[in-house]
Write a protein that binds this ligand. Sequence first.
Ligand code: KIV
Length: 282
Amino acid sequence: MELGKKVTVPDVARMKAAGERITMVTAYDCAFARLLDQAGVDLLLVGDSLGMVVQGLETTLPVTLDEMIYHTRMVARGAHRALVVGDLPFGAYQTSPTQALESAIRLVKEGGAQAVKLEGGLPMARTIEAIAVIDVPVMGHVGLTPQSVHRMGGHRVQGRRHGHGAGERERVLDDARAVQEAGAFAVVLECIPLDLAAEITAELKIPTIGIGAGAHCDGQVLVLHDLLGLSADWTPRFAKRYAELGQEVVRAAETYVREVKEGTFPTDAQAFAPPKTSTGAA
Ligand code: KIV
C-alpha cells in the first residue's frame, strides 16, 4: 500500500492477494489516531478493549454502544489514510440481526466508522450477513473472544488440540469458515495455536488478522497500550512492547512536579510580560 493513499476495504483484499502483510492497531482518540495514521498503520480498530485499557474495567462487557460511538468519532477525525473499524460492544448486536444492523448503522453514521467488527463465528453468521448486505463492511473475530470471557473461564488460548480437545480446534475452523461465508471482509484470529491460524489463513480467501495467533496470518493487530508500553503492570505473552512510554510519562510528570514545588517552572520564558505603562501622558 502506498503511504499517501487512503486504505479501502477492497485494498485489504488486494493486500492478501499480493502477499502484503496488513497492519492494524487499536486507537481510542484523535491524537493517537493521527500518530498511528502518520506511521502508516493500515487499519485503526476502535476496540472495545478500551473498557480495559482506557476505562480501567476488568472486562470489556460493560462498554456501551454510545461509548464506542464517542471514541470512534474521535479516531475517525484523526485518521486520514487508515481504514477505521469500530467494534460492536457486548449487548449491541446479540439480541437479533435487526439490533445488530441498527448498532452498525449508528457506528457508521454517528461514529464515522468505515467498517464494523463483531465477535463470534457460526452463531453470528446471520448477523454478519444482515450487516454486510446493506454494504457496511464487517470484520469477524474468532478464537478467544473477550466478550465470552465467562463461558471461556478467562482469557484463554482457544482451539488447542490437547487440553480442551480436538473438537475445540474444529469449532474455531468452522467459525472462521462461517464468518467468510456470511460475507465478512476480514477476520481477527485471537489467541489460537499458530498451526491452526496457518491452516485457516491458507484456506480462507478473506484476510486473517492475528493477535496471539503466530506469524502465518495475513496481518497482525496489537492493542495500542501494549505496543507503546502504556499498560501498567502486565503485558500478554503474545504482545510486544515497542516503547516504554509509561515510564516516560512518569519521568516527565515527576520533573514537572519537582520544578513547580521548587519554583523553577514557570520562568519568564513561559510568562507574559506586563503591559508597558505610558509615562508623561495627560
Ligand atoms: O477490542 C479489541 O481491541 C480487539 C482486538 C484485541 C482485536 O478486539
